[in-house]
Design a binder for this molecule. Structure first.
Ligand SMILES: [Zn+2]
Length: 245
């Protein structure tokens, strides 16, 4: 007899396998990220099809087969319908899923990541959330997610001289894991200097608020496109660096 495992899972990815099968990458509440085979799931008659879709939060049941875990039951709990109707929100959701899939290790339960994913998708699904807000949801996810994984950036003290950062010119250095003051930055050269990105005082403030999860203040702010652009540059350069380690 097979043991049937039940848990909630968030569908991150699906890939066709053979004529009718699919392999799902599911981030589960109780077992972390799993690869689970959906047997004959692409057949019209498959009852699992309705509840096994990307960005679905479903109650799932699986067994451990010889080579794969096999999906034996799925029931959609939340289909995030509002998110699906909006192409911009959908694009953000795909960005989140891509980062999540890339950095989450398999078969490691993580309650903090579970909570974060559910929170961010819940917000993205909120019909009153506008596009500028969904960008912020992405950065909220990204920086908190990286912090949970142990890559929390230093945003208060210079990474080199350890002095408290005053509102002046700062640089974000991905390989230093945070901000360096301009005095220390003068001594950098070559590749280190090339990879550094100037970060504005306002962008630092937003990143701090994102990491404090202070939505009360974040929601009341009008964030300029310059600041958002700056945050985008810093985020992608940090992500690019973390992908290499
Ligand atoms: Zn310094």
């Amino acid at each position: 007899m097979f043991t049937h495992f039940r848990t909630q899972g968030f569908f991150l990815k699906k890939q066709d396998r053979g004529e009718a099968n699919q392999i799902f990458t599911i981030f589960t509440k109780d077992f972390g990220k799993l690869k689970i085979l959906g047997k004959a799931i692409r057949k019209i008659k498959s009852k699992l099809r309705q509840s096994a879709e990307i960005f679905y939060l479903s109650e799932i049941e699986f067994i451990q087969g010889k080579n794969y875990k096999i999906l034996t039951d799925a029931l959609a709990v939340e289909k995030f319908k509002n998110l699906r109707k909006n192409p911009q929100k959908l694009a953000i959701a795909y960005k989140i899923i891509e980062v999540a899939d890339l950095f989450i290790a398999e078969e490691e339960k993580n309650d903090e990541i579970w909570r974060l994913i559910n929170e961010v998708f819940g917000e993205l699904n909120n019909p009153s959330l506008q596009f500028a807000g969904c960008n912020l949801q992405y950065y909220y996810f990204l920086w908190n997610f990286l912090s949970i994984l142990g890559y929390k950036p230093e945003l208060y003290f210079c990474r080199v001289c350890a002095k408290k950062l005053l509102p002046e010119t700062f640089w974000f250095l991905p390989h230093e894991g945070g901000i360096v003051c301009w005095r220390c930055f003068k001594n950098f050269n070559g590749k280190d200097k090339k990879e550094a990105k100037e970060i504005s005082v306002d962008a630092v403030k937003i990143l701090r608020l994102l990491l404090k999860q202070d939505w009360k203040i974040l929601k009341s702010l009008k964030i300029s496109s310059d600041v958002l652009e700056n945050i985008e540059k810093i985020s992608s350069s940090y992500l690019k660096f973390l992908k290499t380690i």
